[in-house]
Write a protein that binds this ligand. Structure first.
Ligand code: MZP
Length: 503
């Protein structure tokens, strides 16, 4: 007979945190949000820690190059989506890695005889206002000069004329020599009041560029998530079908973290693929997987597949209709609590700590806080990042408001059959995700500022300075429907919430 679990499936909104003693050192400025993303044994340092507990979902409408750069700059990590050809995903990873804090490979280059009009097009396409001019238009060609958007007037100048007429020629460009330190490169930029410093080899060929903007960015983003070569970190989604080709391409491109992107990760497919990757790359590769919602599934992926981290969540995503279509899934709070209990037990038994990620269905900052309080080490979000300026989709104006398209990986639009089916021939016979719109809310940095401020404030209320301490000490209470209703305002007419002004 089918087994029925004792408790119902619960969601994060059914809980509240009880404050603990806030001591005088419990100030937001003292709170660390650093959190592991790789398994550790006996409290050793993990291979990688996030500086904030937020990662973006491996989804077409969420994690592109700009999302990855903006999120890594704040200390989180994006998972570039795998529902695209291998070469395209690897190229996106390489692009993020080239945005090294410091020396950057020039990715916008032209030849001296390139018509100005083409250069203007390139500036618009890439959003980079500085182009390197090299003899062959490559990023390692003989350096001939620099063209910036200040060197011409698009609507006045003749767009047919070659860029050599408008560029600043090499003799007049302040440049550095290969081997120059970042400190000295920045000093040259400062001394000569320049925005960009080309670095040339002994043959006069371009090697890299150093931008004043990156120096300023670095100062503004002290939590940047960098690899040991000071490049931004980036993750990639993978599937259990083409991993033998995809993973080597992603590794060559410099990916830092891999994660299986699957709606149901409790499978031998995932274990077999994980073991193949481990055999080929050893323990130096950080490999996560899931998604799961039960203690058994955690034990299987932690023990048999030796994953570094495990993602929790089936059917809770904002664009997900899996529960409705197939009847599988679990309330996210119940799933997190069950898997955290299994993880803690595994830790006690083996000394191995496996980080957990709560993935999907986080409808607001309070739910993010609740997931972390319940023991998730970090959270993965789709909708949250899809709503930002940096997500890869265009803004659309509807009814006077700006929106962005946001679609599930299980929708017809994404056609990511590998996430859901085990046989290619099956294709997609039904959808598990919808095609929708979300309002535009601003830059990733802006939205993170608010979420981080709320999280740190709550952690102080709960008497904690770190995330592990937060979840270990958290005391939660379930709330009745009545108290849920009273969580907002009560018995008042709120100017913001209830009164609509007409201008
Ligand atoms: P959310 O943050 O938008 O609520 O949820 C994002 C998560 O939903 C993803 O990380 C992924 O686990 C899941 N997802 C992505 N596509 C679908 C779908 O089409 C889906 N059903 O459930």
């Amino acid at each position: 007979m089918a087994k029925i679990l004792d408790d119902v499936s619960r969601t994060f909104s059914e809980y509240l945190l009880i404050p603990r003693l806030t001591r005088t050192h419990h100030l937001p400025s003292n709170v660390s949000l650093s959190t592991p993303i790789a398994r550790t044994k006996d409290e050793a340092e993990p291979l990688l820690k996030l500086n904030i507990p937020f990662v973006s979902a491996s989804m077409q409408a969420v994690s592109g190059v700009e999302t990855a750069v903006a999120l890594a700059r704040r200390g989180g990590l994006a998972f570039i989506y795998c529902s695209q050809p291998i070469e395209e995903q690897a190229a996106m990873i390489a692009k993020v890695k080239s945005r090294k804090a410091g020396f950057v490979e020039s990715d916008s280059n032209v030849k001296p005889d390139t018509p100005l009009g083409e250069a203007v097009k390139l500036i618009k396409q890439t959003g980079h206002s500085t182009l390197a001019v090299t003899h062959d238009g490559s990023n390692r060609g003989k350096f001939l000069g620099i063209l910036t958007d200040k060197d011409f007037w698009e609507y006045e100048d003749n767009l047919q004329i070659p860029v050599s007429t408008y560029m600043t020629s090499v003799e007049n460009v302040v440049h550095g020599k290969v081997g120059i330190s970042l400190h000295d490169a920045n000093a040259l930029l400062r001394k000569h009041k320049k925005e960009c410093l080309p670095v040339l080899d002994s043959q006069g060929c371009l090697q890299s560029l150093v931008f004043k903007k990156d120096y300023v960015d670095h100062l503004n983003n002290p939590d940047e998530l960098l690899d040991d070569r000071k490049r931004l970190c980036v993750g990639a989604g993978i599937n259990t079908h083409d991993y033998k080709e995809r993973v080597p391409a992603l590794m060559d491109a410099g990916v830092d973290v891999l994660a299986f992107d699957s709606s149901d990760g409790y499978s031998e497919f995932q274990k077999d693929a994980a073991l193949w990757i481990r055999k080929k790359y050893g323990s130096s590769v950080i490999l996560g997987g899931g998604n799961i919602v039960s203690a058994d599934a955690f034990r299987y992926l932690a023990e048999e597949a030796a994953l570094d981290f495990v993602k929790i969540g089936i059917g809770g995503g904002s664009i997900c209709i899996t529960r409705e279509q197939k009847g599988i899934g679990r309330g996210q709070a119940s799933a997190v609590l069950d898997v955290v209990t299994a993880r803690n037990k595994y830790y006690q038994e083996t000394g191995t700590y496996v980080p957990l990620c709560s993935d999907g269905g986080l409808a607001n900052d309070t739910q993010i806080i609740m997931a972390l309080a319940m023991g998730a080490d970090f959270v993965m979000m789709g909708r949250y990042f899809a709503m930002t300026n940096e997500s890869p989709t265009p803004k659309v104006s509807m009814g006077g408001r700006l929106y962005k398209p946001y679609w599930g990986e299980g929708s017809n639009r994404a056609r990511n059959w590998q996430r859901y089916y085990s046989e290619e021939a099956d294709g997609m016979k039904f959808e598990e995700g919808v095609d929708a719109y979300v309002p535009v809310v601003g830059s990733i940095s802006d939205v993170l500022n608010v979420t981080i401020a709320k999280l740190k404030s709550t952690m102080c209320n709960a008497g904690s300075s770190g995330l592990r301490e937060f979840s270990t000490n958290a005391v939660l209470t379930r709330i009745s429907e009545q108290s849920f209703r009273e969580s907002g305002t009560s018995n008042v007419v709120s100017i913001d919430r209830d009164i609509q002004f007409n201008g």
